[in-house]
Design a protein around this ligand. Sequence first.
Ligand SMILES: [Ca+2]
Length: 384
Amino acid sequence: MKHLRRFLLMLGVVSFLGILTGCSSFNDNHLETPQNDVDSEQSESSGSDDSTNGEDSDDGNPTTNELTVVASDLDAPWSIQKAGERFYISERDGAIVTIIDGEVTRQPVQLEKELAAQSEAGFMGFVLAPDFEDSQEAYAYYTYQGDDGTYNRIVTIKLTDNEWQETGVLLDNIPSGNLHAGGRLAIGPDDKLYATVGDIYEEEIAQDKDSLNGKILRLELDGSIPSDNPFEDSYVYSYGHRNPQGLTWLSDGTFYASEHGSQANDEINRIEAGKNYGWPMIEGDETNDDMETPIVHSGSSETWAPSGLATDDDSLYIAALRGNAVLKMDLADQTIEPIVSDVGRIRDVIVDGDYLYFISNNTDGRGNPSEDDDKLYRIGIAGE
Ligand SMILES: [Ca+2]
């Protein structure tokens, strides 16, 4: 009986999700020429067909790797947030999609400035306030066209009657550009707001501690500079970054960030206050006495294009755009393997109990979207 149920369940999964194609694309899709220095987010993805990893499915038990579509038809989604059973997902064109019990509602976001339309810009970072259930407030990072160029700003937004409104500015005039805008926001275990800012393709700027570019920033939730930041009167928390886009903390406070490298060389760094992560002086295995080398990197021939980052304290889960995969890095031995592939580019990932939730990112102009992309997916991670 159990075998019959499993067979029928497998049939349902196959017919719903499409053809099983295995997980060969991870190594097939890496960049073979160094042209990705233009932008390691760019994708030559050929596979956005839905599939599972071919693992057993078994009654929805999260100890199995059954891949489930939670929501479809997302439009260039960027950040996943969850409050209770309800998801909130930012979309780059300036909307927030909320999902509960499979019901998808798109909430417009009224911003004070016009969103910039550059390919790595828009409405990106988004994190719910710690008191969201009461305040209905969140923080957002977006790119806009100013009088003399493009800028990023970090703002508060508030949800009223199914619509979000910008209500305040925490940090403005962060220089932006055509590439490497950064864009991730996260609230740390210290209740500070962290933001990743890219080098806007002006690499020397990452070593300039007076610039906000090529940095990880740390703000109070009211936008002021924390008194214990490593540099006096500065939002800069760490520097020497190229285009960091993922932030996560272990329960013991250990802090990790993902970063798009040049010529492949994508990085996972352990972040500490005031430290220099090397760009553009060192990359990959290169060392310098005053600089930090990554705990892992993709090497000079493989491109992950890592964006969102999450952890369950045993592993890091890395949303890989060009890698077309959710990568799992074992924290004990630092090995990396893809746990989901062949759903295309992956932008963000969160851990929630026994499940991993992640969003594809095939509709931003660089992917190969299927008709109902992009999607929010769920996969069980308990007992792995
Ligand atoms: Ca580095």
